[in-house]
Design a protein around this ligand. Structure first.
Ligand code: ZN
Length: 349
């Protein structure tokens, strides 16, 4: 499949995509106090600073944003730190180093309870990711609901914005979140509200020079916002793309559907039609086995213990020239991530 590489940023010269003109002005003005920091005082904005190390990190970030257009394939990793991550140095830095040692090259930071990270830690995470070439995303806290009532919404919003702000500082390019619940309300009305709120969040992020993609995840229960149609609708907003959780999509139906190559082919067709075929090369996928009942998801399972025909799914992804990241959410995280990677490599030979 022939891909046209996106225009590459010149070394050390361009802003991350989506940065505001306000940022550009500051970027071009050397500020003495940015040598050791990454944020201009009072601003949520990258500053390239003057150190050689910073320049290296930014070149790497430019590269992971564009590499899939040149060489379409998947990176593999886990959602949350691999289970056997050694205690030292531990944390996200340890998880990055350990992932790389296993042969994994992506990681979704599991900030699922709350965003509790300092800017200093974010710097260390970003540098480790660049040094080990591990592409990062963030799973934002579970307690986000874009359909929350007016009282609750500011707290939900802050969780999403914190994940995006600190995630970006940590070198993550994509912020995955659960969109929320319908609360039994009519879908159009819910989607209207969700889109309006999402648009407001994006506006604020872009004004702050933050170019992360927001990725609403397909959800495993039919009472939750997050059908394929829902996330494609949200992706009409520039800066929003789905996180395709194929286990959830399979469980959501409650009847075992979304488990054949035919169904996945139709899904990818719809995806390409909605977002453009280039978007198929930057997919963000969650994968695991799954147990489900009539109302959908019960719990995640290892691939070998579940009915999901994931090898068939891989064949379809291959046939459609897909690429991006596949993050494993099975209970045996890295073990299954490596099984997936191996299968993909075999298909790619
Ligand atoms: Zn999730």
């Amino acid at each position: 499949m022939v891909k046209t590489p996106r225009k590459r940023a010149g070394p050390h010269s361009a802003l991350p995509p989506g940065s505001s003109p306000k940022c550009r002005q500051n970027w071009d003005t050397p500020l003495a106090d940015t040598a050791n920091g990454i944020i201009f005082p009072g601003q949520r904005c990258w500053a390239r600073g003057s150190s050689w190390r910073d320049a290296q990190v930014f070149d790497w970030l430019d590269e992971i944003r564009t590499e899939v257009y040149v060489n379409v394939s998947f990176r593999f990793g886990t959602v949350g730190s691999p289970l056997a991550t050694p205690k030292k140095p531990g944390g996200s830095v340890g998880a990055i180093v350990f992932s790389r040692s296993l042969g994994l090259d992506a990681l979704e930071l599991g900030w699922v309870q709350a965003v509790r990270v300092t800017e200093e830690t974010c710097l260390a995470i970003r540098e480790a990711a660049a040094a080990h070439n591990v592409a990062l995303s963030v799973h934002a806290p579970y307690f986000i609901n874009l359909n929350a009532d007016e009282d609750e919404w500011p707290r939900s919003r802050k969780r999403l914005m914190d994940a995006a702000h600190y995630g970006y500082l940590a070198g993550a390019t994509d912020i995955v979140f659960h969109p929320g619940s319908y609360f039994g309300q009519e879908r159009n009305q819910v989607l209207d509200r969700v889109m309006r709120r999402l648009e407001g969040c994006l506006e604020e992020l872009r004004q702050a020079g933050n170019p992360v993609s927001l990725r609403p995840e397909t959800m495993g229960k039919s009472a939750m916002v997050g059908s394929l149609e829902d996330v494609l609708e949200m992706s009409r907003l520039p800066g929003v793309q789905p996180c395709l959780d194929f286990a959830h999509l399979h469980a959501r139906t409650g009847n075992g559907a979304m488990n054949t190559e035919d169904e996945w082919a139709r899904l990818l067709e719809a995806y390409g039609k909605a977002l453009g075929s280039e978007a198929l090369t930057t997919l963000h996928i969650h994968l695991s086995g799954i147990e489900y009942g009539p109302k959908g998801e019960k719990n995640h399972l290892p691939l070998a213990e579940a009915d999901l025909n994931w090898k068939g799914l891989f064949r379809v992804l291959k046939a459609f020239g897909c690429g991006g990241r596949i993050l494993c959410e099975s209970p045996i995280l890295e073990e299954d991530a490596l099984v997936m990677k191996q299968e993909w490599e075999q298909l790619s030979r």
